[in-house]
Ligand binder design. Structure first.
Ligand code: SF4
Ligand code: SF4
Length: 406
């Protein structure tokens, strides 16, 4: 954490610029769930004036960690850090529920993560996805019949060669085990942009799912393994196609290794090399070969961690507009959360679905045949809700779109 929760709460001006930007508030229209009220409740709890913590626990749990409040706060208050800190405090006080324990077990251990992904793929691809499902069987806010077949896990060979620059590709759990075609597309585009690409079988989960569950205590070891991997190769760039991974590595790991001089130093050296995929490719766009023309209407969904936490807005648009023949159509209403929010849709499926349906509606209004995004979790959410609404649009990660045009 960069700033203590009570400091953040004390600095809040109560101006309310964050309130209408919060997707949870927009759905519930209840001030108690606004970022401003969350900070006030945290302050009251820390001051000792809030004796019963039930309301605070409820509102702290109901947050997508989208950082729209941070982006729109004149004081730059990172309310999600205060929320994450309170989740840690409540984890210590009340323990983790079984879903979070399962999450920690499945993602926290390298072998178990691989095994869980293997079984999920085997069962889903061979049984569940083959059964014609007239009914919507829910998986959180998602519906099983809308989830695409899972790709086989990414091979640990990436493309190296004689190129001038070398990038470490932090793949992330979803692209490594579910959407490895996206990961392959990322390697192809980076190669075309002049980077040899290395990946590592030793890569661990970035830890963000555990951090936002209040379970960051479990992350010390895996964060250090990831830092060692990235610090060991004399890389020109460290890149991921998952903005949430980059936020974890670049912004949140500092709090995890705080006080450990060796790892603070390593992180200080590698943090400036870290970029989201769209940021790195847009920065090197002059090295990207001419893209093949496509006559298509294309729209783009901004992932929250990319636009709000990393401030990346123009780069993905620059890449889309570099493709000849594209007619680019912005989503009406501007950037907004799709409702995925890590495991939010598991805990709050109705709200996540309401937010997801609104996003699908806005995609429909563009009449775009292709919907791009830059985050694997957003991609899954958009596939689900556009399929549910029978919207004729193909949802892809921007790396897939670019690699098809090479
Ligand atoms: S992080 Fe997002 S969901 Fe959470 S309080 Fe801020 S705006 Fe609302
Ligand atoms: S925008 Fe920032 S300062 Fe204003 S109420 Fe929200 S958190 Fe407080």
């Amino acid at each position: 954490m960069t700033e203590k929760a009570d400091n953040l709460a004390n600095r809040c001006l109560k101006c309310g610029f964050c309130v209408n930007q919060c997707p949870v508030y927009r759905e519930l229209k209840d001030e108690t769930y606004s970022p401003r009220a969350k900070l006030r409740l945290i302050k009251a709890y820390r001051d000792g004036t809030l004796k019963d913590d039930r309301t605070l626990r409820k509102v702290i749990a109901n947050c997508l960690m989208c950082e729209a409040c941070y982006k729109n706060c004149p004081g730059g208050l990172q309310t999600s850090d205060a929320i994450a800190e309170m989740r840690v405090e409540f984890r210590d006080k009340y323990g983790l529920d079984w879903k979070k324990k399962l999450l920690r077990a499945a993602l926290g251990d390298k072998r178990l993560r691989k095994l869980s992904a293997y079984w999920a793929r085997l069962v889903y691809n061979n049984f569940i996805s083959n059964i014609p499902m007239p009914l919507d069987i829910p998986a959180g806010a998602l519906s099983l019949k809308n989830i695409p077949r899972l790709n086989k896990a990414l091979s640990n060979r990436a493309a190296g060669g004689e190129r001038k620059k070398k990038a470490f590709f932090f793949v992330g759990c979803v692209d490594r085990f579910m959407f490895s075609k996206t990961a392959e597309a990322i390697v192809k585009v980076l190669n075309a942009t002049g980077y040899d690409v290395e990946i590592s079988p030793e890569e661990r989960c970035c830890g963000m799912p555990m951090m936002i569950s209040g379970d960051s205590a479990a992350l010390g070891k895996s964060a250090r393994i990831n830092i060692d991997l990235m610090a060991s190769g004399n890389y020109d760039a460290i890149v991921s196609g998952c903005p949430t991974c980059i936020v974890a590595l670049k912004q949140k790991y500092a709090g995890i290794v705080k006080g450990d001089a060796e790892y603070e130093e390593k992180l200080k050296k590698i943090a400036p090399l870290m970029s989201d995929f769209t940021e790195l490719v847009a920065r090197n766009i002059k090295d990207l070969p001419a893209l093949k023309e496509i006559k298509a209407e294309v729209t783009y969904h901004d992932p929250c961690h990319l636009i709000n936490s990393l401030g990346i807005f123009s780069e993905p648009r620059k890449l889309i507009l570099a493709t000849p023949g594209v007619e680019f159509r912005e989503l009406p209403g501007g950037p907004s959360c799709c409702g995925s929010g890590g495991f939010y849709h598991v805990y709050f499926p109705e709200l996540a679905a309401k937010i997801g349906k609104k996003k699908a509606d806005s995609i429909k209004k563009t009449q775009a045949g292709i919907t791009l995004t830059a985050c694997p979790a957003c991609k899954l959410q958009l596939i689900n809700f556009t399929r549910s609404a029978k919207i004729k649009t193909e949802v892809k990660h921007i790396a897939e779109f670019l690699s098809e045009r090479l």
